[in-house]
Design a protein around this ligand. Structure first.
Ligand code: UDX
Length: 433
């Protein structure tokens, strides 16, 4: 099989498929990346993936190329794992990488094969690509398409790929369904939902919208708690004992970010608008707005702690990744807050256990430190914005020795307020007194 596009999804899928025993060829247009991957260098931080990449390369079952012709010749099954970022200047998804991949691959498909889309796409994309494949491929109708969305979480990508909650197979033919069932058989007992293309595409958008809504729901409750001095953490705990509600994705704080949730809810709403059912998803605009307000609120708390202005103050930002156990900084709430503080005139010193290099490249205007203590040096306000375990374990007494003022904003409700206050810190969190 081939895996086209070697981003977070593609590298993980390729390495996992090789681990299941398949011969896998990864394809990417980025020659540098291909060279690094073939040398066993993983460009992302993802638990367990470096080992799988190395095992795959050592076994000879996995390699990477930039040659579309080689991929077309190699694959009986081609997985499309290209990025669908937010369109520049709009909220819809940009499917140009996916379109370009199909335009390049299809004319080279001379024998029966199955193309499997895994990217998150606007509903209707699969149907369009299926037509395009048959139109362009010399093998014509022998080229089949299926849509098999991926639900992996960064930080748990390998686990989510090898033990998924469910498999969604959007197919038009029994042949495609049989091939996909065969491919995933080594995963053992996994619930399988077989459906049409449109439903398969929608499942992914619906799942991510639900998760984003859950986070914004508890963050909306945090806003209300702030108005009356109530405690959103206790509220969330009380809600969670109702197992119809549950505890997961009900952690209040500075909200969601990353390469998926923010752009996926916007793309979903934009697509609904195009389909004439915009009002059905109008609430996603609110979900997005609540999320943005939480970032602004964190900056407000820092400003309050700094005495009404951030101008000329030093702010320590602990965390740059959009969530712990990842080095991904795409739409990171932590960096959004850091940049907003900087825009108000603060000197911002950022530390993150793994995302520092990515952050430094993307935002050279921020200052960077090699440890939490170094970032906190001389800080008037310290902000914990990504809940890395090492931040929860910080000693407020020791950190208090290096800061200019003992003032902390706990943007992820990751610290123990009692312990920090006991050491003389002014402690502020979102949604808590
Ligand atoms: C998400 C989906 O979970 C995954 O199924 C999909 O395939 C891709 O998008 P991911 O982007 O890796 O995965 O991150 P996720 O774990 O969902 O977290 C998203 C953001 O929400 C992070 O910024 C996280 O900090 C935040 N979050 C999560 C909260 O603010 N509160 C919560 O309770 C949970």
């Amino acid at each position: 099989m081939t895996v086209i596009g070697t981003g977070y999804l593609g590298i993980t899928h390729a390495a996992c498929m090789a681990a299941l025993g398949y011969r896998v060829l990864g394809l990417d247009i980025d020659a540098d990346k291909v060279r690094h991957l073939n040398a066993g260098h993983l460009p992302i931080h993802e638990e367990g993936l470096a080992e799988l990449l190395r095992d795959g390369l050592d076994s000879g079952r996995l390699r990477f190329t930039t040659s579309v012709a080689e991929a077309a010749d190699f694959g009986d099954v081609h997985f499309l794992c290209l990025g669908t970022p937010q369109r520049a200047g709009g909220s819809a998804a940009d499917t140009s990488q996916l379109d370009a991949a199909v335009e390049a691959l299809a004319p080279l498909l001379t024998r029966e094969c199955l193309v499997v889309g895994k990217s998150t796409v606007p509903v209707g994309t699969a149907g369009r690509l299926a037509d395009r494949l048959v139109e362009l491929a010399p093998a014509g109708r022998a080229v089949d398409l299926a849509w098999n969305p991926e639900f992996l979480r960064e930080g748990f990508a390998v686990k989510d790929t090898l033990s998924p909650d469910r498999l969604v197979l959007g197919v038009r033919t029994g042949r495609a369904e049989r091939t996909l069932r065969e491919i995933y058989r080594p995963l053992g007992e996994v619930p399988v939902v077989v459906t049409d293309f449109a439903t398969a595409e929608l499942v992914k958008s619906a799942a991510n919208s639900f998760l984003a809504t859950k986070i914004s729901y508890i963050n909306a409750m945090a806003e209300v708690c702030e108005a009356v001095g109530a405690d959103v953490l206790a509220l969330a705990e009380a809600l969670s004992h109702d197992d119809r509600i549950g505890r997961r994705f009900l952690s209040p704080g500075i909200g969601f970010g990353g390469g998926c949730l923010p752009k996926d809810i916007r793309a979903f709403a934009a697509r609904a608008e195009e389909l004439g059912v915009g009002s059905a998803l109008a609430f996603l605009g609110e979900v997005d707005a609540i999320n943005g307000r939480r970032r602004a609120r964190a900056v407000e708390l820092a400003r309050e702690l700094a005495g009404g202005t951030l101008e000329g103050r030093t702010v320590a930002v602990l965390g740059a990744a959009f969530k712990p156990h990842s080095d991904d900084i795409r739409d990171s709430p932590a960096l959004a807050v850091a940049l907003a503080a900087r825009a108000e005139g603060a000197v911002v010193q950022v530390y993150d256990p793994v995302a520092l290099d990515n952050a430094r490249k993307a935002y050279p205007e921020l200052d960077y430190a090699g440890s939490a203590a170094e970032a906190a040096q001389g800080a008037h306000v310290t902000m914990v914005l990504t809940e890395w375990p090492e931040f929860a374990g910080l000693d407020p007494g020791e950190l208090g020795e290096v800061v200019a003022a003992r003032a902390v904003v706990d943007g992820r409700n990751a610290l123990d307020p009692v312990a920090w206050r006991a050491r003389g810190w002014r402690y502020r969190a979102l949604g808590r007194p």
